[in-house]
Design a protein around this ligand. Structure first.
Ligand SMILES: *[C@@H]1O[C@H](CO)[C@@H](O)[C@H](O)[C@H]1NC(C)=O
Ligand SMILES: *[C@@H]1O[C@H](CO)[C@@H](O)[C@H](O)[C@H]1NC(C)=O
Ligand SMILES: *[C@@H]1O[C@H](CO)[C@@H](O)[C@H](O)[C@H]1NC(C)=O
Ligand SMILES: *[C@@H]1O[C@H](CO)[C@@H](O)[C@H](O)[C@H]1NC(C)=O
Ligand SMILES: *[C@@H]1O[C@H](CO)[C@@H](O)[C@H](O)[C@H]1NC(C)=O
Ligand SMILES: *[C@@H]1O[C@H](CO)[C@@H](O)[C@H](O)[C@H]1NC(C)=O
Ligand SMILES: *[C@@H]1O[C@H](CO)[C@@H](O)[C@H](O)[C@H]1NC(C)=O
Ligand SMILES: *[C@@H]1O[C@H](CO)[C@@H](O)[C@H](O)[C@H]1NC(C)=O
Ligand SMILES: *[C@@H]1O[C@H](CO)[C@@H](O)[C@H](O)[C@H]1NC(C)=O
Ligand SMILES: [Cu+2]
Length: 529
C-alpha cells in the first residue's frame, strides 16, 4: 500500500495557461522530504538505507498539471557507511530558466545539501503531465534507496476516455536492490577496482522482492475489478537493471512514454531501461483469478551473485473475488512474444524534428577492467564549483571549463544532433537529458531515421545498434546529460550541455540559500560530504 505525501496546497485562481503567456499556477503545492537512514528489508534482508520519510520507495508526489511545486529537503542522514550529503532531482520535470539553480544536479546546478541542512527547491507552474520520479543526484546515492514517484495528472488528458482508474494503486515502481551499502568494501570500491558492476541481489516491485534463499516476502498486489480499465504507470527506478514488464494473459496498451502522449500502441511486453517511464492501459477482461505481473531483469551475470533470480521479480494482479493466493501458473522469466519495438511508437500530436544545425558524434567507451567510462575520450569528473556558478561568474566557452567537465557549449536557438555509433560493449546506455525532451530520430531498435514524427522523451538507449537524437538549445543554461545506469554515471559517462551563457547570466538570479550551499559543503570534512 502506497502512502502519498500529505501535500499542502494553496489553491490559486484556476487559470488555463494561454500559449505564449506566462503560466499562472493552478495551485501551489508544498511537500517536505525528510531524507533519513532507516533499517529496512524490502526483500527480507535487513540493511541500512537512505530513504525519504523512512520508506522505500519514497512517498509519491502527486500533482495536477499547472500546479507549482516547492519541495523542502531536510537532510537527516547520520550513517557513515553511506554518503551523508544529498541532493534532489525531480527527474523529467523541466525547470524554467529562472529556476535553474533548483534543478538538482550535484556540481552542475548546485552543491549538495550537507547533513542537518535543509534546502527548498522551487518550481513554477508545471506545464507537463505524465509519469516522472525523483531521486538523489549525488554520486550513486539513489542505489541506497532515495527514489520515489512523481505523477502530474492532466484534467484534460487526451487519453482520459481510454481508462477508468488512475490512482495510487496503479503506480508500479521497479528498482534493483543490493544488500550491501554503496560505500561498503564490496560495492563502490570493488567496482572502482575492477570495472565490474556488483550484481544486484534482487529487483523490487513497489518496494518488495525476493531473492534465492530469502524469506517469502509477500508479493505486491495490484487489485482490479473485472471489466474496468487501469492506467498503470510503470517507472523503472533502477540504477542498472533492464526490466521486461508483462502481465500474464493481458495486453498492454501504451499511451505515454516519459511524459509524452502516444498514439495508443498494444504490446504483450515491454523493456524498460533505468529512468524510463511508460503508462499502459490494462483491461481486466480475463476470468476472475490471480495473474502474475512479471518483471524479469537483466543486469550482470547472475553467476556473480547467487542471491539473484530474475524469475523472482514479480507482483500479482488480483481480480476482486479471486482467492488471496498466488497464481497457480508457473513463474516465467520470459522471453515474451509481442514485445515493444520502440520505433513503433508515435507521438499523439506529430511533430517533425527540426533540421540539425550542428552535428556531433558521441562515442561512448569503457577502459577495459576499470570503472572508467568516456564520452569522446573524456571521463566526466564533477567540477568543484558547479557549472551554473562558473557560468554566473563569467565562464562562456568550452575553454573556460576543465576538460574533465565535458561541457559542450552550444549557440542559442539551434537544433543539435547527437549520433551515437553502435556500442561495441554489451551495455545499452539509457541516456538521460535534464531540462527538456529530445526527438528520438533513430532509436536503437531500428536503422530507419524518422524526422517526420519521432517521439520525444528524456531517456533512451544508445545500444548495440546506435542511436540518433536531436534537441533544441532554446532554453539557456547548463543541463546534465548522462547515463542513467548510475554506476556508469559515477564512472564518468556524463556531459554538460551549456546553452547560451549570456542569457543564463541575464536570466538566472539565484537565492542566498543556493549561494550558501557551496561554502557550507566545502567546509564539511570529507566523510560528511
Ligand atoms: C546533526 O544534528 C544532530 C542532532 O542535533 C547531532 O547529533 C549531529 O552531530 C549533527 N550532525 C552534524 C554533521 O552536524
Ligand atoms: C556484501 O554482501 C555479501 C553478500 O551479499 C556479503 O557476503 C558481504 O559480507 C557483504 N559485505 C559488506 C561489506 O557488507
Ligand atoms: C530497468 O532498467 C534497467 C537498466 O537499464 C534494466 O536492466 C531493467 O531490466 C529495467 N527494468 C524493467 C522492468 O524494464
Ligand atoms: C528461481 O526461483 C524459482 C522460483 O522459486 C526457482 O524455481 C528457480 O529454481 C530459481 N532459479 C535459480 C537459478 O535458482
Ligand atoms: C547534420 O546531419 C544531417 C543528416 O543526419 C544533415 O542533413 C545535415 O545537413 C547535417 N548538418 C550539418 C550542419 O552538418
Ligand atoms: C582537470 O583536467 C585534468 C585533465 O586535463 C585532470 O587531470 C584534472 O584532475 C582536472 N581537474 C579537476 C579539478 O577536475
Ligand atoms: C531565442 O528564441 C527566443 C524565443 O523564440 C527569443 O526570445 C530569443 O531572443 C532568441 N535568442 C537568440 C539569441 O536568438
Ligand atoms: C539494441 O539493438 C540491438 C540490435 O538490434 C539489440 O540486440 C539490443 O537488444 C538493443 N538494445 C536495446 C536496449 O534496445
Ligand atoms: C555574449 O556577450 C558578450 C559580451 O557582451 C559578447 O561579446 C558575445 O558575443 C556574446 N556571446 C554570444 C554567443 O552571444
Ligand atoms: Cu551506461
Amino acid at each position: 500500500m502506497l502512502h502519498a505525501l500529505v501535500v499542502s496546497a494553496v489553491l490559486l485562481a484556476a487559470l488555463k495557461p494561454a500559449t505564449g503567456a506566462a503560466l499562472q499556477a493552478r495551485a501551489a503545492k508544498h511537500v517536505t522530504l525528510d531524507v533519513v537512514n532507516a533499517k529496512l528489508a524490502p526483500d527480507g534482508f535487513s540493511r541500512s538505507t537512505v530513504v525519504v520519510n523512512g520508506q522505500y520507495p519514497g512517498p509519491p508526489i502527486l500533482l495536477t498539471k499547472g500546479d507549482s511545486l516547492s519541495v523542502t529537503v531536510n537532510n537527516r542522514l547520520t550513517d557513515p557507511t553511506m554518503r551523508r550529503s544529498t541532493s534532489l532531482d525531480l527527474d523529467g520535470l523541466f525547470s524554467t530558466t529562472s529556476e535553474l539553480y533548483d534543478e538538482g544536479s550535484s556540481f552542475v546546478t548546485q552543491c549538495p545539501i550537507g547533513p542537518n541542512a535543509s534546502y527548498t527547491y522551487n518550481h513554477g507552474p508545471i506545464d507537463q503531465a505524465g509519469s516522472f520520479w525523483y531521486h538523489s543526484q549525488l554520486s550513486i546515492q539513489y542505489i541506497d534507496g532515495f527514489r520515489g514517484p512523481l505523477i502530474v495528472y492532466d484534467p484534460e488528458d487526451p487519453h482520459k476516455a481510454l481508462y477508468d482508474v488512475d490512482d495510487l494503486t496503479t503506480i508500479i515502481q521497479m528498482g534493483d536492490w543490493w544488500h550491501n551499502t554503496t560505500l561498503s568494501p564490496t560495492m563502490l570500491p570493488q567496482y572502482e577496482a575492477t570495472g565490474i558492476i556488483p550484481v544486484s541481489d534482487s529487483s523490487t516491485v513497489n518496494g518488495v522482492a525476493r531473492y534465492n534463499g530469502g524469506p517469502a516476502v509477500p508479493w505486491s498486489v495490484v487489485n482490479v475489478v473485472a471489466g474496468k480499465r487501469y492506467r498503470l504507470r510503470l517507472i523503472n527506478e533502477s540504477a542498472r537493471n533492464v526490466v521486461t514488464f508483462n502481465i500474464e494473459g493481458h495486453s498492454l496498451n501504451i499511451i505515454e512514454a516519459d511524459g509524452g502522449n502516444l498514439v495508443p500502441h498494444t504490446v504483450n511486453a515491454l523493456d524498460m531501461l533505468a529512468g524510463q517511464r511508460y503508462s499502459v492501459v490494462v483491461t481486466a477482461n480475463q476470468p476472475v483469478a490471480n495473474y502474475w505481473i512479471q518483471t524479469p531483469f537483466v543486469g550482470g551475470s547472475a553467476a556473480n551473485n547467487l542471491n539473484q533470480n530474475a524469475s523472482l521479480a514479480r507482483a500479482i494482479l488480483r481480480y476482486a473475488g479471486a482467492p488471496i493466493a498466488d497464481p497457480t501458473t508457473p513463474m516465467s522469466a520470459g522471453p515474451f512474444t509481442g514485445s515493444l519495438v520502440e520505433a513503433d511508437l508515435a507521438p499523439l500530436v506529430p511533430q517533425a524534428a527540426p533540421p540539425a544545425d550542428v552535428n556531433m558524434t558521441l562515442d561512448l567507451e569503457v577502459i577495459a577492467g576499470q570503472a572508467i567510462w568516456t564520452v569522446n575520450g573524456v571521463s566526466f569528473l564533477p567540477p568543484k564549483t558547479p557549472t551554473l556558478m562558473q557560468v554566473l561568474e563569467g565562464a562562456s566557452t568550452e575553454a573556460d571549463f576543465n576538460v574533465t567537465e565535458n561541457t559542450f557549449v552550444f549557440p542559442p536557438n539551434k537544433t543539435i544532433q547527437f549520433t551515437f555509433p553502435p556500442n561495441d560493449d554489451d551495455d545499452a546506455h539509457p541516456l538521460h537529458m535534464h531540462g527538456q525532451n529530445f526527438w528520438l530520430v533513430k532509436p536503437n531498435t531500428t536503422d530507419v531515421i524518422n524526422t517526420v514524427n519521432p517521439i520525444k522523451r528524456d531517456t533512451a538507449a544508445a545500444g548495440a545498434n546506435g542511436m540518433i537524437l536531436r534537441f533544441s538549445t532554446d532554453k539557456p543554461g547548463p543541463f546534465h546529460f548522462h547515463c542513467h545506469i548510475f554506476w556508469h554515471y559515477q564512472a564518468g559517462l556524463a556531459t554538460v550541455l551549456l546553452n547560451n551563457a549570456n542569457a543564463t547570466r541575464a536570466e538566472v538570479h539565484p537565492t542566498p540559500a543556493w549561494e550558501a550551499l557551496c561554502p557550507a559543503y566545502s567546509a564539511l570534512p570529507a566523510d560528511l560530504q
